[in-house]
Every structure is written in structure tokens, then in C-alpha cells.
Design a protein around this ligand. Structure first.
Ligand code: ATP
Length: 469
């Protein structure tokens, strides 16, 4: 546990120092659990979203993308059930007035007391109240007595226009999904897609989480990459299970493409009692984060719940039959992807055989072993020294590479320290320009993972990198 805590601290500190993630509004004391993505974090986010879009939208003939408004007509949230049901059980401490998720407190209690026999209280706030009382669960912060839990709606409210009254109330969307459902007819009419097909969307979602935390794992503002895949009404279970399994496979392949190892993921089959009311089957892809095994992505069979609520139907062009399609929903959080990738890529290595230029007195190095496509910077161009003839040549090379790859130019500190820095941000290749380069028109290319160095002609670097990146 201690090691895990340390690992998390190290990742958070590296992310801040190197420009992946900063605390939000930091110069004003921050804003609880708000985070800003720095230059490298922004690059990584962009890489993830672009690759996801290429893979699941552009790369498939049965998918289209969409980009819908964050604020929707309140009737959307009424029809979808969010106004009534998008709640979490909130419990407050009578002493310190800190607030917690009642279900999380009970989960922690049962985890620490595995022998206690209990029934699952999912979604049942009066049963949670009973359990908290009978198991004498106390405030985790001050051991104080807890008040009775109550349902708390997580939608973030705002007002549209100049008056702040009931009529101007609106909500920031808590998920991207509804934008896809309410445009179902528009998509059919404009694209002529036929079932089965899917709509995808990437965008912000907002939830007034009771207990945000664990760094960028749970925040009140986050990004989702979601797919609503519409299928004909299944006549038997096999009619939806095939699609479900195929999306499950797609999700697993995406996870492994992120460089996350199979053993770091646990596929949790959500029990019948814990299923959301609209879902017939849900699998949570849980990642073994340093602070515990928690949901990274979800895959749900949502039946015809959504389109039925919005009173939307599909007419089969061949049979003229009209029906409500069913939906398989794979959903991915962008920030949780980044966090899982950072945890998975973070590596500490001994430095026994230091290659040329590597020696900087360090015995260990930290390397972010990101897959190359995901690395925020692909190549760093480093002149051996700040001498003008070297830096001039190195700048020309960097400018030339910049058009093709995310490139960084760095001439500060010793070359060893600069290699360490590039390792920490996961740059797959470093190109070093030395005095020989001026004569033989060759540079040293260093591989992040093997630390092997190769002399390559300047005229061939682009080709060399293209083949490897
Ligand atoms: P949790 O149980 O962790 O609250 P959830 O089951 O409510 O998550 P979904 O409604 O299925 O989450 O949302 C889809 C995805 O959006 C999640 O799998 C996760 O990747 C991401 N996500 C959800 N809530 C948050 C949040 N507060 N902060 C960051 N990412 C989130």
C-alpha cells in the first residue's frame, strides 16, 4: 500500500514538473479537484481522442461521429430519467459536516470486515441508512456520528439568460450519450445509415460528484468518448450478445493498444442487483490503480430504454417494419485513460551500463514507457553543447522534423540530464548533434527503451523515424 501511495505521489509530482497536469486555478489556491492539462497532457489528450476517433469512427463503415451541445432542453433530462434518478446517496457527518457517498462508506466497511454478512443495498437509500446505523459506521475523517443518507442529484445546474428563476434553469450535460439519442432521427435522415450502426461522440460531461478525488480519476468536469450502437430488436439473447461480445473485444484491443497489460485490468460482471435500471448486462473494465481497482471504462446493453423514452423509432427500409432499436453502449473516460496509461507506463530502472552521454551521476532513471503513438513528444533534438555551430545545425534539423512529428528542441543542461528529462516524458527518440555531425553529416539517434544509440545520416532521419513511429 505504501509503495502504491508513493508511486501515485511520484506520478503526480512528475506530471506537474514536466507539464502534464497542473492543479486548476493554482495561483488562487486551487479549486477542489479541478485540474488543468499542461502542454504535454494536452498533447496526450489530443493523441488519445484522435486515435479513438480514427479507430471507431473513421475506420468503420457502420459508425458516424457527432458533436452536440453541452446544454440541452430540460425535457431531455426529464425523458432520460436524469432529473429523477441521476442521484448518489449523500451522507453528512454531524460533527465535521464533511460529506460522503453512503454506498462508498459501506463498501469500505464491508471490505475491511469481510466476515460481516449483509445484503446488497444498491440504490436503496433506506437500506443504506439501516446498514450505516446497524454496523455503526462512523465518519472516516473525525469518527463523528453520521446523519441519515439522502439522494443527491448530481446534475450541475446553471441559468440561461439574464434572470435567475425557475424558468431559466438549465443543466450541464452529465453524459454525452443523450446528445446521440436525441439526434437519432437526424442521423438516419441525413446519413441514410441502416441498422446496425453506431453514433460516437467525444466531449465534456459534468457531474456534481459528492466526493471527487484520487487525482484526475473522479472530477466534476471530465471528458467522455462514447458510442451508442443501435441494433435491431433481438429475438433471443443471442441477438444482442453477439454485438456485446464484439464490442467487448474492441474495448480490450483498445486497452492493449494503450500499452496497458492484460493483468492490470479486471473485467467486472456487474451483478443483477447492482445493474442500472435500464441495463440488462454491464461489464466494468476496472484498472488496478495504485489507490485501488476501479472503473476505467464501461460496456452496457441498455435495451430499448433510451429511444423509447425519447419516443424515437426506426423504419426498416426493406421491410417497412417500424420498431425501437436496442442499444449497446461502450463508454470511455479520457482522464481515466490518461491516468491508467501514466500508471502503466511509469517505470523506474537501474542504469548499470551507461551509454555515451548518458552518465550524469544518476543510478536510476524514470521512464514513461508510453506506446510511441501516445507519447506527447516523438523526438527531441539535442545539440551536444550550446555552441552556435551545433545549435544552428540542430535547430535546422528540429524545424525540419517538426512538420512531421511532435518535436522538442532542448539545449539546456548536460546531455545526460536532457536524456533523463526526455525519458521522464516518454519521448521515444532523441537526436543528438555533436561536432562530428558537422563533418560527417550524421547524428546519434537514441532509443528510449533500449538506450541504444545509432549513427544516422541527417538526410535519412525523417525516413528512419517514420519507419519506427
Ligand atoms: P463511477 O462508478 O466511477 O462513478 P460511472 O459508472 O458513474 O462511474 P459512467 O456513467 O458509466 O460512470 O460514465 C462513463 C465513463 O466516464 C466512466 O467509465 C469513466 O471513465 C468516466 N467518468 C465517469 N464519471 C467520472 C468522473 N467523475 N470523473 C472522471 N471520469 C468519469
Amino acid at each position: 500500500m505504501e509503495n502504491n501511495e508513493k508511486k501515485m505521489e511520484k506520478i503526480i509530482s512528475l506530471a506537474k514538473q514536466r507539464g502534464f497536469v497542473f492543479s486548476g486555478s493554482e495561483i488562487y489556491g486551487g479549486l477542489q479537484n479541478a485540474w488543468d492539462f499542461g502542454p504535454l497532457g494536452a498533447e496526450m489528450k489530443m493523441n488519445i481522442k484522435t486515435e479513438w476517433w480514427n479507430r471507431f469512427v473513421r475506420g468503420r463503415s457502420d459508425m458516424v461521429g457527432i458533436d452536440t451541445a453541452l446544454i440541452m432542453n430540460n425535457k431531455v433530462w426529464q425523458a432520460s430519467g436524469h432529473l429523477e434518478n441521476f442521484t448518489d446517496p449523500l451522507v453528512e457527518c454531524k460533527e465535521c459536516h464533511h460529506r460522503f457517498r453512503a454506498d462508498h462508506l459501506l463498501e469500505d466497511y464491508f471490505e475491511k470486515n469481510p466476515d460481516v454478512i449483509h445484503e446488497d443495498a444498491t440504490n436503496n437509500v433506506s437500506k443504506m441508512a439501516e446498514d450505516l446505523k446497524s454496523f455503526d459506521v462512523k465518519c472516516p475523517d473525525c469518527e463523528g456520528e453520521l446523519m441519515k443518507p439522502q439522494q443527491f442529484n448530481m446534475m450541475l445546474k446553471t441559468h440561461l439568460g439574464a434572470t435567475e428563476d425557475k424558468a431559466s434553469e438549465a443543466y450541464l450535460r452529465p453524459e454525452t450519450a443523450q446528445g446521440m439519442f436525441v439526434n437519432f432521427k437526424n442521423i438516419i435522415d441525413s446519413t441514410r445509415k441502416r441498422l446496425p450502426f453506431g453514433i460516437a461522440q467525444i466531449g465534456k460531461a459534468f457531474r456534481n460528484e459528492i466526493t471527487p478525488g484520487n487525482y484526475i480519476f473522479r472530477t466534476r468536469e471530465f471528458e467522455q468518448m462514447e458510442i451508442e450502437y443501435f441494433i435491431p430488436v433481438p429475438k433471443t439473447d443471442a441477438g444482442w450478445q453477439g454485438y456485446f461480445e464484439s464490442w467487448r473485444k474492441e474495448m480490450k484491443e483498445w486497452i492493449s493498444y494503450l500499452g496497458i497489460r492484460q493483468e492490470e485490468i479486471y473485467e467486472l460482471e456487474v451483478s443483477r442487483e447492482e445493474l442500472a435500471h435500464y441495463s440488462k448486462r454491464t461489464i466494468d473494465f476496472e484498472y488496478k490503480f495504485p489507490f485501488g481497482q476501479k472503473e476505467l471504462y464501461g460496456l452496457a446493453y441498455r435495451t430499448d430504454f433510451d429511444l423509447k423514452n425519447h419516443n424515437l423509432k426506426y423504419r426498416d427500409p426493406k421491410t417497412e417494419e417500424e420498431y425501437i432499436p436496442h442499444v449497446i453502449e461502450p463508454t470511455f473516460g479520457v482522464e481515466r485513460t490518461i491516468l491508467a496509461v501514466m500508471c502503466s507506463a511509469y517505470t523506474e530502472e537501474d542504469l548499470p551500463n551507461q551509454g555515451e552521454g548518458e552518465e550524469d551521476g544518476a543510478e536510476k532513471r524514470i521512464v514513461m514507457k508510453f506506446p510511441k503513438w501516445l507519447a506527447p513528444i516523438k523526438v527531441a533534438v539535442l545539440p551536444l553543447s550550446k555552441k552556435e555551430e551545433l545549435s544552428d545545425e540542430a535547430k535546422i534539423i528540429a524545424d525540419d522534423l517538426r512538420g512531421s512529428f511532435a518535436t522538442e528542441y532542448d539545449e539546456t543542461q548536460s546531455i545526460g540530464k536532457r536524456y533523463r528529462r526526455q525519458d521522464e516524458i516518454g519521448t521515444p527518440y532523441c537526436v543528438t548533434v555533436d561536432f562530428d555531425s558537422l563533418e560527417d553529416k550524421k547524428v546519434t539517434v537514441r532509443d528510449r527503451d533500449t538506450m541504444k544509440q545509432e549513427r544516422i545520416s541527417i538526410s535519412e532521419i525523417k525516413q528512419y523515424l517514420s519507419e519506427r513511429l
